[in-house]
Design a protein. Sequence first.
Length: 475
Amino acid sequence: MEDEYESPKFISPSTENAAGEVGEADSSGDEDTPDWTKFAATASDVSRPVLPKRGEKDFEPAAGGGSGLQSYTLDRSRSAMVNALKAGRGINSKSVSYGIWIPALSRVHVVQARGVHFANIGHSARRGAPNPSPVVADGKLAKLPPSRLELLPEEALYMIERGSMFCWKREGGEGEVDGPCEVGDPNVQGTPMSVQQGFAEMIGKEALTLERYQVYSYLKRLGYLCTRTEAPASSPFYPIPAPRKGSELVTPPSVSIFRRLALWITVPLGRLFNTFSSALRPRIDCWAPLGVRGVVRTYSDIFKSLRIIPAGHAVPLYIKEKAPTDTHYKVFYNVWKPSTPWKKTALPPPDFEVVVINARTTSLPSLLEITALFSTLPVTPVPASRRRQPQQQKPSQPAPEPAPASALTTTVMSRVLAFLNIKSAPQVKTDAPRPPNAFGALKAGNKMVVLAVVDGGAISFLRIGQGCFEEWPMA
């Protein structure tokens, strides 16, 4: 500080310091200016038809309001999304199928089927004038009309929507629907139906609603196999699984013959003793206030004697009202898992029965509707117990071999066994099935149905099961 005052200058020290600070600020500002050329290399071409990756943090609104960078990022992502959706959808001409929509039948006649989709879609049908007499004049049998592949409205609309089939509409009267259908037919003219025209023509035909089609297309895109529960009236050859029989619980293992003889003797005597004792004893017994008397051997006998209210689904409801006949809770689809071996000629039992309802027009099911719905379902089999694989154990050291018996003892025993004609029975290893797990059976229930609730296009699946707690006592 003293050196500055010793050499006089025409500029005051305060002004000189201020100028120096301003110069330093200018230089520091030049250094902090971002180099925008570095961002040019990271800029991506949004014209490519590729869906960009998005996240919540990129477009999350800031606390103090949106910024310019945030708006720019959002606009760039939107433009990339629009350009990706503008990409044209194409398909190989060698894998396109052709069909003709017949409004009078509400079916699509597949003229040329290509691809693997028809392995689990469509059914065969014979359309033609029925022959009243199977025998013609020459004594030969009359030929049946040739079979053809037909699609239900939901199957045809699914194929049109995914771009795997071109479908034309046939303009014909009621008397012309049984004739042959070809693309060159004079009644089949114009361009193929668009997706919008397909929805307008097929929704509402053969009890197909928009909600049912949405559930069908959703399950098909996930890989599930889906068919109708009931065959349409005009399609007698529609594949339907065989009805299932009711499954029963696994019987307990067989007891010995001595145990059976003891039961045959003690059970009738016990019943006879209970009959005489109940007739002679007073109405109120302080030693048995709950009425548990007689021979009680298992916990199930005790619970049955203590049960006041009858349990089980076989007991009729106390509600005297009748179930509504026009209910919406009816099974419409049979669904199989993707890994299920499936053939049209021999359908396995379905894995799920699906009921489709509209959440905006249908209320929750009542007890009568649920009871009526379960009365139409078969009893599901008890799930088998999972067999655990044995753990890999380290090889143990072999046990020491026992000392051989004397030759004299072996010879004498063999002669005695040969004299008595006694042969040791071979030990046969029986792979007996394991008893079912009670918790798995309780979780699965006797019957099960899936409710597909559609609320404005949003599909939710609910599982409703019929419990079987009275069949699996926990004590």
